[in-house]
Design a protein around this ligand. Structure first.
Ligand SMILES: C[S@@+](CC[C@H](N)C(=O)[O-])C[C@H]1O[C@@H](n2cnc3c(N)ncnc32)[C@H](O)[C@@H]1O
Length: 282
C-alpha cells in the first residue's frame, strides 16, 4: 500500500498568532506587532516541517512544555533579526577610543583594566570591532587590559560569533591594516573566508544571556555597555526595565551606548545624556 503523507496544517489563525506573540513577548521582550503574522507563519511552518509535527497546535503544545528553553530559543532565532556588521555606527568606536585615551592619561602608568559588555552581540561583528579598537590602544599603552563580555539570547548566533569566520564581503568596513593584523585567510567550503586572530578571540567571553531576566548576575560593573539595535524590538515598558537593569551594572563614570535609531527619551532612567545614543552614569 502506498504511504500517504498528510501535509501538515501550516497556516496560523489570528488567535494562534496572538498566542505566539504573547509567548515571545514574555520570554524575549520582543514585541512582534500586528503586521508580522505572515513572517511568523512562514518561519513556524519551516520548524513544523523540520520537526515533522502535524499542525500548529501540536507545535504550540511542544513549545510550551519544553522546560529546557531550547525550543523557544529556536523560535526566537527564527523570527528575530540578527543583522549586524563590523564598524556599524562607527562614531561609537571613535568615541570609545577618545574616551579611553582620556582615562589612560588620567591613570598614568597604573594598570587599567576596562570591562566592556556587548549586550546583544549577534554574530560577533560588534564585539570583535570593540576588541580591534581597544587592542590598538593596548599595543600603545601596555598598562591597558580588556575584559569583554559578549552576550546574546540566541545560542545559534553565539556559536557563529565564537567561531569568528566571515566571508570576504563582510569585511568591507574594516580598515585594510586591521584586516592584515586581525584576520587570517582560510578556505571554508572551498571558498575564501577570514578568521579572527586568536589574540582578539581571547579577549572575549561569549555567553548566552536574555536581557529579560529579572536580575542581572554580574559581580563587577562595566565601564562601557553597548546595547545597540535590540531595544527597537522591545516596547517602552521592556526598554525601561532593561535600561534600568543595565544602569545598575555600569560603574560611575561608565557609559551606555545604544543604536542610532534608539533613544532613551521617553523612559525614566538614572543616566545622564551625553550626546545622541550615548549616556553616562553619574
Ligand atoms: C539586530 S541584532 C544587533 C546586533 C548588534 N548589537 C548591532 O548593533 O549590530 C539584535 C540581536 O539582539 C538579540 N536579542 C533579541 N532579543 C534579545 C534578548 N531578549 N536578550 C538578548 N539578546 C536579544 C538577537 O538575537 C540579535 O542577535
Amino acid at each position: 500500500m502506498p504511504v500517504i503523507e498528510l501535509e501538515p496544517k501550516l497556516e496560523i489563525s489570528h488567535k494562534e498568532y496572538e498566542l505566539i506573540r504573547q509567548l515571545v513577548y514574555e520570554r524575549a521582550g520582543i514585541n512582534l506587532g500586528d503586521n508580522r503574522q505572515h513572517l511568523v507563519q512562514a518561519r513556524i511552518a519551516k520548524i513544523i516541517r523540520r520537526k515533522k509535527l502535524s499542525c500548529f497546535d501540536e507545535y504550540f503544545q511542544f513549545l510550551k512544555s519544553d522546560r529546557t528553553g531550547t525550543e523557544i530559543a529556536s523560535l526566537i532565532d527564527a523570527i528575530s533579526t540578527n543583522t549586524t556588521y563590523f564598524f556599524r555606527e562607527s562614531d561609537h568606536f571613535d568615541f570609545l577610543t577618545a574616551s579611553l585615551e582620556k582615562r589612560i592619561e588620567q591613570a598614568g602608568n597604573a594598570p587599567l583594566t576596562i570591562r566592556i559588555w556587548s549586550a546583544a552581540s549577534s554574530s560577533g561583528e560588534e564585539p570583535y570591532t570593540i576588541a580591534m579598537v581597544v587592542h590598538q590602544l593596548m599595543l600603545k599603552y601596555s598598562q591597558l587590559s580588556l575584559k569583554l563580555l559578549a552576550t546574546d539570547i540566541s545560542q545559534q548566533i553565539l556559536e557563529k560569533a565564537k567561531v569568528g569566520i566571515y566571508p570576504p564581503e563582510r569585511l568591507k568596513n574594516i580598515p585594510k591594516s586591521y584586516i592584515r593584523q586581525y584576520f587570517r585567510k582560510i578556505t571554508r567550503d572551498k571558498e575564501l573566508a577570514y578568521e579572527i586572530a586568536p589574540e582578539l578571540k581571547k579577549l572575549i567571553t561569549f555567553a548566552n544571556f536574555n536581557l529579560m531576566i529579572p536580575q542581572y548576575p554580574f559581580k563587577y560593573g562595566f565601564d562601557y555597555v553597548f546595547c545597540r539595535n535590540v531595544m527597537i524590538y522591545f516596547d517602552r515598558t521592556t526598554q525601561s526595565a532593561v535600561v534600568n537593569k543595565i544602569a545598575q551594572h555600569i560603574k560611575p563614570g561608565g557609559y551606555l551606548i545604544v543604536g542610532h535609531s534608539e533613544s532613551l527619551n521617553n523612559i525614566k532612567h538614572p543616566l545622564k545624556y551625553i550626546r545622541p545614543t550615548i549616556y553616562m552614569k553619574g
